[in-house]
Design a protein around this ligand. Structure first.
Ligand code: ATP
Ligand code: MG
Ligand code: MG
Length: 342
């Protein structure tokens, strides 16, 4: 049995990114909703799933299990089979899903390779697959399906968008709590000797318990090699949020994760109304320059954020330090923290 259809009904496509597609699914037998991410089975998929399986923390997306697709699950036959399911269930296809070969040891040139067939509709893809019987590149790929808890509260991107568009009010207590949970999750990742390398609002989710869940371990890496030495790094990640040293492929360490969190904290606090305003503001922000009024309105936060955005990683605070300081400055006691965040 291959793919998803053996045990799941696909309800919706939640996201698609560089490394795979994520689906909201309902388990046919236990009746629960889950998220299932499909990724091309490479060494990177291996590190993603191993990290997720190892990490066990209330602020990290909970892993359930994983399985590989059979070699031919994208075959004409299965595509037709899944596209004939009942109409209230979204067809499981890989339409529009970008795929990238990903391996740290390989050159980065392939990062944006999109397989031609993947941009076709199901039926087009099916006939293309039939025609291309001599060229089985897509069909011969094995995918890894990673089953996780479904984070029903959406992403931090949604949270920010709703506030920038004035659909919802910003609450400073809520911001402190959310950021505290993000830092708590990142502190745990770093204590486990890992680096996330792709922290950004899209990859920060909210679970059914209303708490922050850090997700997308597609770029996770060890902090050092087996001998405790620094590892030669790639410059993969999301340019908008990437630390300067990660962009420059330096032998960066876990402090690379602190830089994007400075940007994230700013975005949570400060209303950015338009895309062009954001484009204008962003280089200033990365250079530790805030818009007028920000430092006055958020004195403590702006001091933290300035340090987090330091261009020298050694001047950035550790997640643990930030967490302890947050507790002190914002009186985040256990009573407050045990309450629902969103
Ligand atoms: P990227 O291009 O950001 O690296 P990706 O393809 O690596 O994306 P993820 O970031 O893991 O994949 O997931 C893509 C999107 O799917 C997320 O931004 C989020 O919107 C949604 N998503 C992922 N996991 C879950 C989950 N467990 N529950 C709910 N939604 C999820
Ligand atoms: Mg992502
Ligand atoms: Mg990713």
């Amino acid at each position: 049995v291959s793919g998803l259809s053996h045990s799941f009904d696909v309800i919706a496509k939640l996201g698609e990114g560089g490394f795979g597609c994520v689906y909201k699914v309902k388990h046919k037998y236990d009746g629960k909703i889950y998220a299932v991410k499909s990724v091309i089975l490479t060494r990177k998929a291996d590190s993603e799933v191993k990290a997720l399986a190892r990490l066990d923390h209330p602020n990290i997306v909970r892993y359930i299990t994983c399985w590989p697709s059979s070699d031919n699950w994208t075959s004409n036959q299965e595509r037709n089979q899944v596209s004939n399911t009942s109409s209230d269930v979204v067809t499981f296809d890989r339409e529009g899903c970008e795929e990238r070969d990903d391996d740290d040891d390989e050159d980065d040139e392939d990062d944006n390779v999109t397989l031609g067939m993947e941009s076709l509709s199901v039926t087009e893809s099916a006939s293309a697959a039939a025609e291309a019987s001599g060229n089985n590149r897509t069909d011969s790929r094995t995918y890894l399906f990673i089953q996780m808890e479904f984070c029903e509260g959406g992403t931090l991107t949604d949270w920010i968008k709703a506030r920038n568009q004035m659909e919802k009010q910003r609450s400073i207590v809520e911001i402190h709590k959310i950021f505290y949970e993000i830092i708590t999750g990142v502190e745990y990742i770093h204590a486990e000797k890992l680096i996330h390398r792709d922290l950004k609002p899209d990859n920060i989710l909210f679970g059914a318990d209303g708490k922050v869940k850090i997700g997308d371990f597609g770029l996770v890496a060890a902090q050092t090699d087996q001998n405790g030495d620094p590892i030669e790094r790639s410059n993969r990640g999301t340019p908008t949020y990437m630390s300067p040293e990660q962009k420059n492929k330096k032998n960066y360490d876990e402090k690379t994760d602190i830089f994007p969190l400075g940007l994230v904290w700013f975005e949570m606090l400060w209303k950015i109304s338009t895309g062009s305003e954001r484009v204008k503001l962003w280089p200033d922000l990365k250079g530790q320059r805030f818009p007028e009024g920000f430092s006055d309105s958020y004195q403590t936060e702006s001091k933290f954020i300035t340090k987090m955005l330091s261009h020298s990683p050694e001047h950035r605070p550790h997640a643990k330090d930030i967490k302890e300081k947050l507790e002190k400055f914002f009186s985040l006691d256990q009573n407050l923290l045990s309450q629902k965040t969103i």
